[in-house]
Design a protein around this ligand. Sequence first.
Ligand SMILES: Nc1ncnc2c1ncn2[C@@H]1O[C@H](COP(=O)(O)OP(=O)(O)O)[C@@H](O)[C@H]1O
Ligand SMILES: [Mg+2]
Length: 250
Amino acid sequence: MLQVRNLHKSYQDQHVLRGVEFDIHQGQVKAVLGPSGSGKSTMLRLMALLEPANDGEILLRGQRLGVRQRGTTTVPLPERELAKERRDIGMVFQKFNLFPHLSACRNVMLGLTSVQNIPAKEAEERAMAMLERVGLSHRAGHYPSELSGGQQQRVAIARALVMNPSVLLFDEPTSALDPELVGEVLDVMEGLANDGMTMIVVTHEVRFARRVADQVTLFDSGVIVEQASPDEFFDNPQHQRTRKFLSHVH
Ligand SMILES: Nc1ncnc2c1ncn2[C@@H]1O[C@H](COP(=O)(O)OP(=O)(O)O)[C@@H](O)[C@H]1O
Ligand SMILES: [Mg+2]
């Protein structure tokens, strides 16, 4: 369903992504592990169309994202068109990024009312259904400051889900949480995976990766080093780099 081909990204003279390639099928969960600074967040930002790539392609159901073909050249999409494509790709950040002056329900509704022009009543119903799905319908009227970090992240997941994306990208969704709050967020994510959501999860949660992911990837210095099923990846890694990485996280 989603294909990434030869993706490159540089900042000034730093070549951060150096030819990233992978496929993910509908309903699959891909866990991405890798050291800090290896380009994992950059890859997700490119996939979420928050920044343009320098080279390479991202295809969703065979359709190239972020660009339009004009004759023999490809040109970046204008912002309006980009915004439309972005709706199909949900993103959950390490730091939640909720609006502090809006209740949980209003945070979840906002994309529907302001981006999709959906009437408030329908948006509220859909937002409430998503809060229910992440186990927070009883906190709908609370502001972010009145919620725990785990609850805030679950609101952020509901906010991404309500747009009905084809794929959900997670950038270290539990890294900013106190240890005792990590489980409730991972449980929600596992539930989504079981419901068939297509997900790419950058994480340090090795146990989650092993239990929930269909493929596990080691990312290092802007390239994919190893990509395999969880059993293969953890029990029989093919690359020395993977063995070294795993020796630090186990
Ligand atoms: N907007 C940016 N401008 C300049 N350098 C950046 C920018 N975003 C990321 N980088 C650099 O790209 C490298 C990879 O960053 P990042 O994708 O955040 O890695 P990871 O998520 O794996 O820790 C880092 O060296 C970082 O400093
Ligand atoms: Mg990162």
